[in-house]
Design a protein around this ligand. Structure first.
Ligand code: ZN
Length: 412
């Protein structure tokens, strides 16, 4: 007896075809249907085929009423765990003030560090949970989030604890990353000294913490953390058994992309200014490129060369990069930016938030609807996947299912 049967999906997009481009890679089934057992997908096909199949009475039947059904969205890059808000800085930015000027007057990331240090783990969790719930309403069933606003041992551990509380409070998957090198905190004059501290003091403590994050991450950018400092941080992280990620080449080519390949990173994120040699080395080593066009929009920096990166052979994932700087809770909005700004196709944009995003967090069981995978899917009121990046600004999510259980529902 199946626990759930879904019928009448106008388009059931499995994202299980592999590849980065065309409709075949998306694995589109018209008039699709699927079955769920034990929280996993146990059958997939057309509604017609389902009608000819013999099975016991399902515990629940869900009628998609001709709507689009996609895998639950996977957001592989966020900084959603933090305290406070910086909405007033948008005023200043619109008056032409630069990020550096806002930062030097005590704003920007250092303001979030102050707010996060002042808050308790429970307070941080409560504020972050509201954001996660908004993301669930937008179809997200797996989300990655980073630390990096503590910037000293006790506050980074507190952030890890807040992520653990969040994991328990929400019904979706939360993947945690220790962002040991985010920005130099005010206590240190020299970024190299802070890197020494992160390697010597923070990494071992984080590695031993009860809710140990899966990934370790750093920000490789001239003027923030040098390639050499990031190389030794990543080496130390790997020795402690962390999987690796890197923020690379967001503002200029700091050869972060090639460092990602040399260090064995699972993903290199941003890479808006990486040179062709770096991109090629990533493709060779299978490093997933995570592009964050929302941040390009908010920070007025150029978009990554997505077409070139795809041509080089990298898998391209997309993330919201939800943070106090670019407070974006909607994958659909970012898919729109991916098409408008990065010139990705609608199919590539959808793969970016599903199958390729799952690769960016080393999860084969989510991001695609295939037999045995977690039954994570979204029923939309939109009728085709091309409408996802095309119709922006509305709410088109009818139901969100995580491991076969409904975690969100709204009549639209
Ligand atoms: Zn980031």
């Amino acid at each position: 007896m199946p626990e759930l049967v879904l019928v009448n999906a106008g388009e059931l997009v499995t994202c299980a075809g592999g590849g980065d481009g065309d409709q075949e890679a998306l694995g589109v089934i018209e008039d699709g249907a699927l079955m769920v057992d034990g929280g996993r997908i146990s059958w997939i096909g057309t509604s017609k085929e389902l009608g000819r199949k013999t099975f016991g009475k399902p515990r629940r039947t869900m009628d998609a009423r001709g709507g689009l059904v996609t895998p639950g969205f996977v957001d592989p890059h966020t900084h959603l765990v933090f305290a406070g808000s910086r909405e007033d800085e948008l005023d200043r930015k619109t008056r032409g003030e630069s990020y550096v000027s806002i930062l030097s007057s005590g704003g920007g990331i250092q303001r979030t560090v102050r707010d996060t240090r002042k808050a308790t783990a429970r307070e941080i969790c409560a504020q972050s949970l509201a954001r996660v719930e908004q993301m669930v309403a937008n179809g997200v069933t797996t989300v990655e989030t980073k630390t990096g606003y503590g910037q000293r041992a006790r506050d980074e551990l507190k952030m890890i604890q807040a992520i653990e509380l969040l994991r328990k409070a929400t019904k979706i998957d939360v993947v945690s990353t220790f962002l040991g090198l985010h920005a130099k905190p005010p206590e240190f004059d020299d970024s190299g000294e802070y890197v020494d501290y992160a390697i010597r003091e923070m990494l071992p403590l984080v590695a031993r913490s009860q809710a140990r994050p899966a990934f370790s991450d750093c920000f490789c950018e001239e003027g923030i953390f040098s390639r050499g400092d990031c190389a030794r941080y990543l080496r130390a992280s790997r020795e402690l058994g962390f999987s690796l990620k890197i923020h690379a080449d967001e503002f200029a080519d700091s050869r972060g992309a090639s460092l990602a390949a040399e260090s064995g990173c699972v993903s290199a994120d941003h890479i808006g200014h990486s040179g062709p040699a770096g991109i090629e080395s990533m493709a060779e080593k299978g490093v997933v490129a995570v592009l964050l066009p929302g941040t390009s929009l908010y920070s007025s920096i150029s978009y990554a060369d997505a077409k070139g990166i795809i041509r080089a052979g990298c898998s391209v994932a997309l993330g919201t990069d939800l943070s106090p700087n670019s407070w974006i809770e909607s994958p659909q909005f970012v898919m729109g930016l991916a098409c408008a700004g990065l010139k990705m196709t609608p199919a590539q944009a959808l793969l970016g938030f599903t199958a390729n995003a799952a690769k960016a967090i080393s999860r084969a069981d989510v991001g695609s609807l295939r037999l045995g995978n977690s039954a994570d899917f979204v029923v939309h009121s939109l009728t085709g996947y091309r409408q996802l990046p095309y119709r922006l600004g509305g709410s088109y999510v009818r139901k969100v299912i995580k491991e076969g259980r409904e975690v969100y529902s709204r009549e639209v």
